[in-house]
Write a protein that binds this ligand. Structure first.
Ligand code: PEP
Ligand code: MG
Length: 325
């Protein structure tokens, strides 16, 4: 099977009936790009920038960040690279920021909430991203967006920094796409409204599942409720994809679910445009997708949406023996 996968490294990802989807990879550092290319990913769907800020005693400078982002987009050539702005808080701490201890860190001061409050930190990162946008196919993505106002505020700050840079004579890509992660149910619920303003969505199922099921993704005692295949989750995903398409936008997914062989046929059938996963999952996923037609996938997705439980959905996919195993 490894040999069969290796043959697919330079291929596009297509269903049996020639419908193209993009298989991208998630990365944490510029060093991960080599693995992304070796595994034939068509882009980077999530660059988690937190690691640039972690394991040190002070914030990274604009130039340090610029170097890292530029390196990634340059090494990816014309392939798309979605870079997520700082998503600190929750389970990820930065001791030098001296943040207050919270009772519910996952429901607290994290990601875009922190960035809009500490806009000094945010602006430095946005400037580095804008400068790097001149060197490749860079797209910016804001994490943990819960309201339209948050998105508008973040975008306004980005526009301000773009204008400043242009005033300084710095090259930036004026058409850089700006998207959001859909990982909070409030945002999924009004995806149609967001779709008018964002360039793309990327569904963060790791968080979307925990917030929808009210089950901490780290708490083993409630892990039985962490159900990617629950029809409630599938219906949310469907409504986000449909809303984006109705507005002529695209939807990706960068949570673990995107690389899960049981989920892939359903996601394909729901019309997901981009799947971003760990680099080593890309070739198995490409091989799995090549064995399916879009119509088959749609049939499975439509059936799954009508089922009652997560177990029933898993059974449905298994019966169709669409798993790689
Ligand atoms: C997610 O929530 O699905 C996601 C990709 O973000 P993270 O795992 O970094 O929270
Ligand atoms: Mg998340």
């Amino acid at each position: 099977r490894k040999k069969e996968w290796a043959k697919l490294v330079d291929e596009k990802t297509e269903t049996k009936d020639a419908h193209h989807v993009e298989l991208a990879a998630n990365i944490g550092t510029p060093e991960d790009v080599e693995g992304v290319l070796n595994n034939g990913a068509e882009g980077i769907g999530l660059y988690r920038t937190e690691f640039l800020y972690m394991g040190r005693t002070e914030l990274p400078t604009e130039d340090e960040q610029f170097d890292a982002y530029k390196k990634v987009v340059e090494n990816m050539g014309d392939k798309p690279v979605v870079i997520r702005t700082l998503d600190i808080g929750g389970d990820k701490e930065l001791p030098y920021l001296d943040l207050p201890k919270e009772l519910n860190p996952f429901l607290g001061y994290r990601a875009i909430r922190l960035c809009l409050d500490r806009d000094d930190i945010f602006r430095t990162q946005l400037r580095a991203l804008l400068r790097a946008s001149a060197y490749g196919n860079l797209k910016v993505m804001f994490p943990m967006i819960a309201t339209v106002d948050e998105f508008r505020q973040a975008r306004a700050i980005l526009d301000e920094e773009r204008e400043k840079l242009e005033g300084e004579g710095v090259d930036v890509n004026r058409d850089m796409e700006v998207g959001i992660m859909v990982e909070i149910p409030s945002t999924a619920a009004i995806a149609d409204i967001f779709a008018k303003e964002v360039d793309f969505f990327s569904i963060g199922t790791n968080d979307l599942i925990q917030y929808t099921m009210a089950a901490d993704r780290m708490n083993e005692q409630v892990s039985y409720l962490y159900q990617p295949y629950n029809p409630a989750i599938l219906r949310l995903i469907k409504s986000v994809i449909d809303a984006s398409h109705a507005a002529g936008k695209w939807t990706g997914m960068c949570g673990e679910m995107a690389g899960d062989e049981t989920a892939i046929p359903i996601l394909l059938g729901l019309g997901l445009d981009e799947f971003s996963m760990s680099a080593t999952s890309v070739l198995p996923a490409r091989s799995q997708i090549a064995k399916l037609t879009r119509t088959e996938a749609e049939e499975i997705a439509n059936k799954a949406l009508q089922l009652e439980t997560s177990d029933q959905v898993v059974k449905l996919v298994e019966e169709r023996s669409l798993n790689v195993q």
